[in-house]
Design a binder for this molecule. Sequence first.
Ligand SMILES: [Zn+2]
Length: 45
Amino acid sequence: MAEYKCFDCNKKVSMDYLRKRVRCPYCGSKILFKPRGVTTKVKAR
Ligand SMILES: [Zn+2]
């Protein structure tokens, strides 16, 4: 399962939250990254 981490609050964000829009469900940040593997930033428009 793919998991992202919030750039701001550092919490784990499941992919389910990112289906419709890329946004942290905890703090509302739009910058998430993958904690392991290739460093990939996902930015919402
Ligand atoms: Zn956050």
